[in-house]
Structures are given as C-alpha cells and as structure tokens.
Design a protein around this ligand. Structure first.
Ligand SMILES: *[C@@H]1O[C@H](CO)[C@@H](O)[C@H](O)[C@H]1NC(C)=O
Ligand SMILES: *[C@@H]1O[C@H](CO)[C@@H](O)[C@H](O)[C@H]1NC(C)=O
Ligand SMILES: *[C@@H]1O[C@H](CO)[C@@H](O)[C@H](O)[C@H]1NC(C)=O
Ligand SMILES: *[C@@H]1O[C@H](CO)[C@@H](O)[C@H](O)[C@H]1NC(C)=O
Ligand SMILES: *[C@@H]1O[C@H](CO)[C@@H](O)[C@H](O)[C@H]1NC(C)=O
Ligand SMILES: *[C@@H]1O[C@H](CO)[C@@H](O)[C@H](O)[C@H]1NC(C)=O
Ligand SMILES: *[C@@H]1O[C@H](CO)[C@@H](O)[C@H](O)[C@H]1NC(C)=O
Ligand SMILES: *[C@@H]1O[C@H](CO)[C@@H](O)[C@H](O)[C@H]1NC(C)=O
Length: 606
C-alpha cells in the first residue's frame, strides 16, 4: 500500500514537474517567483511556533517580525495580548510577500524583514534559531550583497528574507487564497501537514513537489486560514510557574505605570472639559460627555501601540518645523519637518480627530503611508502624527498641477496597481475591515521611485456596513449610495478608486468647470458596445498618453475596470481583489502589445 502511494506520488511529481510551470526548483538561496504567474505582492502568513526561552511572549515575536501584537493575535486565535506563550504554541505571523529581483537569472519571493544585528549574531544563528529556518543564511547573503557576513557590527540593519509565496492566478481561480509558509519538521509527513492545515496532499505536492527535506519551507495552499486551537491561558505547566510569576510582577508594574498615565491623561481631559464647559456657559449637552468617553477609550486603544511608535515631544516637532512655519506647509495642516536630519511629514489635528491613529496602528503595508510616531500636546489639546515623507508629492499635482513632466501610461498603470493593493489590504486583511472613505488623487502620494501610497486615514472607518448621517468626503469621488443613504462599505472605496482610474486615463479633473462630476460624464457617454467604447475613448483619453506608444487595449481594459467600479449598485461593483487581478492582467497585455511594437496612435487610427 505504502509502495503504491510512493509510486503514485512519484508519478504525480513527474507529472507536475513536466506539465506545470508552477513548481519552481528548490534552491537554498530562496524560492523563485515568476511575475508572469503571480501578483508582485500579496499578504500571506507564516506558521511559527514559540520556542524558549526568549520567544515565549507575544511582544518579542511581534518585534522580531515588525508587526503589532494584535496582528498576530487575531489570525492566531489568541485572546490575550499579554499572557505568556507555552513552548511550541502555534501562531500565524502576517507577512507582506513580494517578488524581488536579486540577480539577472532569478527573482526571489520573500517578505523583507529588518533585523538589527545584536551581540554574537551570525546569519546562520539568526536564521535557524530566531526565524526557525523560515530563511537560510545563504539567502540572507544573497539579499544583502553589500554586507560582509563575517564582519557584522552590532546595531547594523540587515534584511532577512522570510520565505513566502503568492498564489498564481490559476491557484486563485482554484480558491487557493493563501500559501502558508511552513518549515517542514523531521517528524512531519505531507499527509500530516495537509490535515493540520485543512489542505490536501495532492495540492501540497502540486506546489512543492515531493522532494521535501527537513527544514525546507513548504507552502501549504489553503482557501482560508485554519483556526488554531490555543491552550487556555490558565493552563501553564508547573516548571513555567516561576517564569510566570516574574511575568506577572512585570505586568503589574507595567499596568501600574500605564494606569498612572491613564489617570493623569484622564484628569487632564476632565480638567480641559470642565474649563471648556465653563467657557461655553450652561451648555450641558450630552454629546460632550460622549466626547469625553471617546477620549478616554482612545487613550486605552492608543496605549496598545505605544511600544510600536516613537512618542515625540512637542518641542521636538516645533524645532523640526521652525515653529510650524507657514512656508513648510505641504498641504492643509501637514508640515514638512526634519527630525534628526530625517525628513518627515507632520500632521497637526485636534485631539478628538486622533481616530486616525487607532486605524493606522492596525495597518502595515507597503502601499499605505507609514506612521513613524506621534505626539500629544496637552497645552492645546492637539495631536500630531509623524509620517514618512514622500518625495514626489501627490498624484493630484502630477495629473493636474503645472508639472511639465507627464506620467507615462505604464507609470499610471503601476500607480493604479499600487493603490489597488493598498485598498485590498485594508479591505481584506485588517480585522475589522477598514474603509478609507476619502480615496482621491490628492490622498495618493508618490515616493522617490514613483510607487504610490495611500495617505490620510482621517476619515477612515473600521467596521463595515455601517450607516451614518454625517456625510463626509470629497465631491466627485463619493459614491452615490453614501450621499443618499449614508451607507458605508468597502464598495464606496471601490467607487472612488474607479474615479481615480478615470483621472489616470483622461487626465481630467473629477469635477469640471460647470460642476459636473467626471463619473456622470462617463455614465452618459460610455454606454453600449465595445466598438462604441473605443470610439468614445478616443475623445476621453489624456493627450499625454496618446503621444506615447502604448496599447489602446490596455487603456481600454482600465476603462472597463473603471466603469465596473462605478456601477450604481454597490453590490455589483467588483471587490478590490478582483480589481487587483484585472489590473495585473492589463499590465501584461500592455507588455505583450508593447513588445509587438503596436502604438496607441496606430491602433486608434485603425
Ligand atoms: C541557486 O541559484 C543561484 C542563482 O540564483 C545559483 O548561483 C546557485 O548555484 C543555485 N544553487 C543550487 C544549489 O542550485
Ligand atoms: C514572461 O512572459 C513574457 C511574454 O509573455 C516572456 O517573454 C517571458 O520570458 C516570461 N518570463 C518568464 C520568467 O517566464
Ligand atoms: C525578474 O523581474 C523583473 C521585473 O521586476 C523582470 O523584468 C525580469 O524579467 C524577471 N526575471 C526573471 C528571470 O524572471
Ligand atoms: C530598515 O531599518 C532602517 C533603519 O531603521 C531603515 O533605514 C530601512 O529603510 C529599513 N528597511 C526596510 C526594508 O524597512
Ligand atoms: C533549523 O535547521 C537546523 C538544521 O539546518 C536545525 O538544527 C535547527 O534545529 C532548526 N531550527 C529550528 C528552530 O527548528
Ligand atoms: C569590518 O567592518 C568595520 C566597520 O564596518 C570596518 O571598519 C572593518 O574594516 C571591517 N573589517 C574587515 C576585515 O572587513
Ligand atoms: C480558539 O481557541 C479556543 C481554545 O482556546 C477554541 O475553543 C476555539 O474553538 C478556537 N477557535 C475560535 C474561532 O475561537
Ligand atoms: C494543558 O494543556 C496540555 C496540552 O497543551 C494538556 O496535555 C494538559 O492536560 C493541560 N493541562 C490542564 C491542567 O488542563
């Protein structure tokens, strides 16, 4: 029976090796990826078991992987952020997996993790002991060609490539949404892994082949993340008890300090509120006391991220911006500043607007503007958020400003994919889901390499399908169902994204001089068959795109995605997941035709 199975597997192996291009050769330097088959980046998870003695708490593991504790706790079914972990306790670590070009012959798929070298570290020890063989020293050397492995200095930053893989389009069609990175243990069999993750032996073999050695990373295809059974927090074995007690004392001190802070801040709040009320006279409105509660709960929420972000002193920010000099205003209440020589963007807001901080601490993605730290100015009840500074400014100025350089079509397509990836992340990979609510070209920022990042989560809302009577947003971008019924859902971001696609295609402002929205114009003009569309597109397309040689089919595809995203019925709009893949396909189409030498002009002339 066993022989038969082996025989069968061998056959399978040969079958997949020859017929499926997906099984790429294994190599200690990493796992190859092919941009023709899978997305350039995706969100995935690594299976990780806590091991002693330094990894038996969530904080040290979240530091190691540069994510917040809730981001591990949620997918891992942990109820407490502070209790100790037991040896071999299973966790799912979120990773942002990307396909990277490391040498001309191969592109490798991995999640970039920043690791700061400590005393006695070697690439080998960190890979095997800290990252549990989710990477290899050979791969670390490949990814850091400028670092001399035998001469590491303490405090040096090294990128550790954590092995991961994005599903191919075929896999996605077959409902494989994640390929979980799992390090094959000597006691494992493919069958045992399949049953552990609710996958199947054949699908694991399909992705990984059968030639799996201990400590290889295997990618387990699953449609959704399995639920991990976690020991109840009270179940602590006796030899851990002394550890536990120390932890409890530490925790008590921690809680004490936090408590004092909380009380201080609450007192300050109460004081401000009373002052304010006095000033306003007899205004004893209910909403005010509600505001107070919001303030206190915000502190509780924010305290969770105090360890992840730098807390700046108000004086530091004042110095960084020359006392908030008007000349350093980037836009609205956002200032450019230099902190320790590093350029950053500093946003000033009222304390109660600090909701953004609550949302930002939950998100961590390459296509979202990164928060570096914050500051609370108690004298004026202001809150400041410090972000990374993005050199190339907003998409709005690139499209509509008096910038002489125009964006090429390829660049526009890449920007669209970046925005779509960022939105997909907040819609699908945060718990609860986040709706940005103010997606528009002036909230899309471009970094030095012209990669797009979504900024300004000031209006964002976590939790979905809410109904609100307080309508906010920007004219020309807000979805009709939100204006008429106040319905908040991820589909309203899809609508706004559709409007950005129109901007990218047409280079036009979203509201014209007569006050008519661009999307209304599209509703009126683009109805009917494909032929008609092509004709209409000619008049609609940005001259800058017409001037270059690029495929009109590619522009057309984006236009079709835009039209689908602008559907009046929110339930019939595509999800961001669908959009990301449709856009990636468009990107390919572009390459193919481009290489054939077809130009927009030629195609349009036909
Ligand atoms: C792994 O790939 C690199 C090129 O990326 C090659 O130089 C090396 O020889 C390969 N190693 C093995 C064991 O195949
Ligand atoms: C990707 O596809 C293009 C054309 O479709 C082809 O020329 C190229 O070789 C492919 N690259 C890989 C790595 O398969
Ligand atoms: C690696 O990716 C780059 C794009 O980032 C692509 O141009 C190149 O052809 C890829 N190389 C291989 C061998 O797949
Ligand atoms: C790693 O950290 C250093 C300094 O903290 C930073 O300059 C660098 O951009 C980081 N790299 C990545 C990939 O996050
Ligand atoms: C990693 O692999 C090495 C062998 O290469 C093994 O000795 C070590 O125990 C593994 N580490 C973990 C944490 O499994
Ligand atoms: C080791 O690194 C230090 C600082 O990075 C450098 O000064 C020294 O020359 C290096 N030594 C060797 C042998 O490369
Ligand atoms: C989470 O873990 C508990 C045990 O701590 C288990 O009873 C439960 O079924 C698991 N799953 C979910 C979704 O809570
Ligand atoms: C604690 O959990 C382990 C499994 O992790 C189990 O074998 C043991 O019986 C549990 N002890 C108690 C007291 O529940």
């Amino acid at each position: 029976m066993k022989l038969l199975t082996i025989f069968f597997l061998l056959h399978l192996h040969i079958f997949f090796q020859t017929s499926s291009p997906q099984t790429l050769p294994r190599n200690t330097t990493g796992y190859a990826c092919n941009l023709n088959q899978s997305a350039p980046s995706c969100q995935t998870y690594a299976f990780f078991q806590a091991m002693g003695p330094n990894q038996l708490d969530l904080a040290s593991i979240s530091d190691l992987f540069s994510v917040s504790r809730p981001m591990i706790a949620k997918p891992s079914n942990l109820t407490s952020l502070t209790s100790t972990l037991v040896p071999n306790q299973a966790l799912f670590i979120p990773l942002t997996c990307t396909c990277n070009s490391v040498d001309p012959t191969r592109n490798l798929s991995y999640a970039k993790l920043n690791y700061t070298i400590k005393k006695d570290d070697t690439f080998y020890l960190v890979s095997t002991n800290l990252f549990h063989n989710l990477t290899t020293y050979q791969s670390v050397e490949t990814v850091n060609p400028t670092v001399v492995p035998v001469n590491l200095t303490i405090g040096q930053d090294v990128i550790f490539p954590i092995f991961c893989k994005c599903p191919t389009k075929t896999e996605l069609q077959n409902q494989v949404n994640y390929l979980i990175s799992y390090v094959f243990q000597p006691s494992d069999t493919i069958d045992s892994i399949a049953s552990r993750f609710g996958s199947t032996t054949t699908s694991i073999v399909e992705v990984n082949g059968v030639d799996i050695r201990p400590w290889d990373t295997v990618f387990v295809p699953v449609s959704r993340l399995p639920e991990l059974m976690q020991p109840s927090p009270t179940n602590v074995s006796s030899n851990q008890k002394s550890d536990k007690r120390r932890e409890v004392i530490g925790l008590a001190i921690g809680v004490g300090v936090c408590g004092v802070l909380l009380i201080l801040i609450s007192c300050f709040w109460a004081y401000r509120e009373s002052l304010w009320k006095k000033k306003m006279g007899k205004n004893e409105d209910d909403p005010e006391s509600k505001k107070f509660e919001v303030g206190v709960s915000l502190i509780a929420d924010v305290s969770d991220c105090l360890d992840k972000y730098k807390v700046y002193k108000f004086e530091e920010l004042k110095e960084a911006t020359d006392g908030f000099d008007e000349r350093l205003v980037i836009q609205g209440s956002v200032f450019k500043g230099y902190i320790n020589g590093k350029c950053c963007a500093i946003k000033k807001m009222k304390w109660n607007a600090c909701e953004e901080l609550k949302i930002l601490q939950k998100v961590n993605h390459g296509n979202l503007v990164m928060l570096e730290g914050f500051c609370i100015d108690s004298d004026y009840a202001n809150c400041y958020l410090v972000y990374e500074y993005l050199e190339n400014g907003s998409l709005y100025t690139w499209l509509h400003g008096n910038n002489t350089k125009r964006l090429s079509w390829r660049r526009r397509l890449r920007i669209a994919v970046d925005i779509a990836n960022g939105l997909q992340y907040i819609h699908e990979h945060t718990i609860p889901r986040v709706v940005h609510k103010d997606v528009k070209s002036s909230n899309i920022l471009l970094d030095a390499h012209m990669r797009a990042k979504i900024a300004n989560f000031g209006l964002a809302k976590s939790g979905c399908n809410a109904i609100t009577r307080h309508i906010v947003g920007t004219k020309g971008y807000v979805a009709p169902e939100y204006i008429s019924d106040g319905i908040v859902s991820t589909k309203m971001d899809v609508f706004s994204f559709g409007v950005i696609l129109l901007e990218l295609v047409s280079g036009k402002e979203v509201v014209n001089e007569e006050g008519k929205a661009l999307w209304v114009e599209v509703y009126e003009n683009f109805n009917g068959n494909d032929k008609n569309l092509k004709h209409e597109l000619k008049g609609f397309i940005d001259d800058a795109i017409l001037m270059e040689s690029c495929s009109i089919d590619s522009v057309m595809n984006v236009m079709l995605i835009a039209i689908a995203s602008l559907h009046r019925d929110p339930s019939r709009r595509p999800s961001m997941v669908d959009i990301v893949y449709a856009l990636c396909r468009t990107d390919e189409l572009f390459t193919d035709l481009y290489e054939d030498g077809l130009s927009t002009r030629q195609v349009i002339a036909r």
